[in-house]
Design a protein around this ligand. Structure first.
Ligand code: CAO
Length: 539
């Protein structure tokens, strides 16, 4: 019985490489070439195959350890016939194609100097013994500027995928391979115009036609300018993540957990596009309000409600989805303050009711809304801090001279906010007619985009429905919104008695970045005074 320690083979110069997966356990019978651990440097993932057949007696490493060449991986009882005399070199050469070795010949191969700006023919490097390997991805195009170490192509054998990085920095003049091609070491891969200082050149960058080479493929290469590693792609984690180093790196940079997305590459291999697509979708979801905006707010977990009883899933209307996105955006962006007050509309209501006959003759319905519009416009003139928007540059306020007011309309498809323009310049009859027309258009889906743009302030009236008060959400970039609840007769102290008065509960939410409590206090006082005595509109 021969017991042998299996060491980490030559890693092509890589040092302190992390163990990301252990593929065998004590007691396992391992064949020669069978993977025993997976190591990952910042450039490549490598499956380390067993150099011998035998039984694993004990592990000398655990996941997360950092290993260098020669460190013990495991203890193995060799199978009959598996000799112990094989030189250390054998271990190195037995490393699968996933481990690419920078051999010493590369160092001695440094012989030339590249002049500034030279056209270099890049061959397919040593593929660790693999032959006729398929090109599954071309990572760069003609005209691209490429840095040394950036991937040129991805090759895939039946055992591993390998990213072939550029050995030089320059501009790509030609890519000699296309997806689906079968290629082997020494085949022409690309032509790159190298611009820069004089560089030592190895055989690896000698034109292939003249001198096909055995390029060194270290991780990174030991020799200067030796072709860098054909970085291996391996099934590297217990979560079945099958991705190459550059894909993993991109995922790490963007904070993407690969196990959360679908792989679209051959044999479920993750591609950079998978990572980019995932991030793009996330951004789109955030922008559309489907998920948290990343402000540290965890999304609400998905629940299968059918576990608790019958349910019906109904698709949201386009308007409902838009409203949802806008509400979330406004709620999260705007620091809201809501202030409340009651307006005494006893006299206003007397007047409004006295006008009913005339309203009918004119063919309009005179509800409290036109009075509210008019009073709001008047209060905005009196307190101009309400007629502003925060400039997108975060450095200025936009003061508006016009007064356009949005009115929230409840429609079968969801909430819509048509805008009544120049409210300050219109009379009550005109406002009554226009608000009825806008509400009708909204409910019949006839509003045009322009009808919903340009508001400086919004009124949301639930007066006909009920409630004592609510806190409306500011419709940014407007800076304030008024909520109207149901008017009720309440006892009001007049100095000597309680008097029955018709009181209208109002709330004003404002963006505290643009409006202070004092501004709102003045705005509200003005508004309540106008509603209590609409003759003030004439002042
Ligand atoms: N208190 C008591 N009664 C009120 C009132 C109030 N604050 N406001 C309206 N009323 C009365 C009206 O006077 C009318 O009664 P009469 O027919 O006896 O005069 C009745 O309620 C119905 O009014 P209306 O709804 O037809 O008209 P309106 O001008 O008050 O409102 C509109 C128009 C479009 C604002 C309203 O129909 C609407 O859609 N409101 C919902 C807005 C909304 O959903 N806001 C929430 C947004 S956030 O989710």
């Amino acid at each position: 019985m021969t017991i042998e320690i299996i060491p980490v083979p030559d890693l092509g110069g890589a040092d302190k490489v992390e163990v990301i997966e252990i593929c065998v356990q004590p007691g396992d019978v391992v064949e020669e070439e069978q993977s025993i651990v997976v190591l990952e440097s910042d450039k490549a993932s490598m499956e380390i195959p067993s150099p011998k057949s035998g039984k694993v007696i004990g592990l000398k490493v655990k996941e997360g350890d950092s290993l260098s060449e020669g460190d013990a991986i495991l203890e193995m009882e060799l199978a009959d016939g598996a000799g112990t005399e094989e030189p250390q070199q054998e271990v190195t050469t037995n490393v699968s194609e996933a481990v690419i070795v920078a051999d010493s010949s590369a160092e001695s191969a440094t012989k030339n100097v590249v002049s500034e700006s030279s056209e270099q023919h890049i061959p397919v490097p040593d593929l660790g013994g693999s032959d006729t390997v398929e090109v599954i991805e071309i990572c760069a195009g003609v005209g691209d500027d490429i840095n040394e170490g950036d991937s040129l192509v991805v090759l895939e054998s039946d055992k591993a995928s390998m990213e072939i990085p550029s050995p030089v920095t320059g501009k790509i003049i030609e890519i000699k391979l296309k997806e689906g091609d079968k290629t082997s070491e020494g085949d022409a891969l690309a032509v790159i115009m190298v611009v820069g200082a004089s560089l030592p050149v190895t055989e690896a960058v000698t034109p292939v036609e003249e001198q096909p080479v055995k390029a060194s493929t270290g991780l990174p290469a030991k020799a200067p300018m030796a072709l860098p590693a054909a970085s291996a792609l391996v099934e590297a984690s217990s979560a079945d993540v099958y991705a190459g180093p550059s894909v993993r790196k991109l995922a790490r940079q963007l904070g993407v957990d690969l196990s959360k997305l679908k792989a679209s590459g051959p044999r479920n291999r993750y591609t950079k596009d998978d990572v980019r697509g995932y991030v793009k979708q996330l951004v789109a979801d955030v922008n559309s309000g489907k998920v948290s905006n990343g402000a540290g707010i965890p999304p609400i977990p998905a629940i299968d409600f059918s576990k608790f009883g019958d349910v019906e899933i109904v698709k949201l209307s386009k308007i409902a989805k838009l409203t949802s996105a806008n509400m979330s955006r406004n709620w999260l962006n705007v620091p809201h303050v809501t202030q409340f007050d009651d307006a005494d509309i006893t006299e206003l209501e007397k007047f409004r009711k006295s006008m009913k006959g005339e309203a009918e003759r004119r063919g309009v319905k005179l509800t409290p809304l036109p009075f509210l519009l008019k009073a709001a416009a008047d209060a905005m003139r009196a307190e101009p801090s309400f007629n502003v928007s925060l400039h997108a540059d975060g450095e200025h306020l936009v003061h508006k001279s016009y007064i356009h007011i949005g009115m929230a309309v409840d429609t079968p498809n969801g909430l819509m906010v048509p805008v009544i323009r120049d409210v300050d310049k219109k009379g009550l009859w005109e406002l009554a007619a226009e608000s009825t027309e806008m509400a009708t258009k909204a409910r019949s889906g006839k509003l045009m985009p322009r009808d919903m743009q340009g508001a400086c302030f919004t009124i949301s009236s639930l007066g006909a429905i009920g409630g004592n008060g609510f806190t409306p959400i500011v419709n940014a970039p407007e800076v304030a919104i008024m909520g109207v609840s149901k008017a009720q007769i309440k006892p009001v102290w007049n100095g000597s008695d309680f008097e029955p008065r018709q009181m209208l509960p109002l709330s004003v939410s404002y963006d505290h970045r643009a409006i202070n409590g004092a501004h709102c206090g003045r705005f509200f006082t003005h508004m309540v005074a106008v509603l209590a005595d609409i003759r003030r509109l004439l002042l």
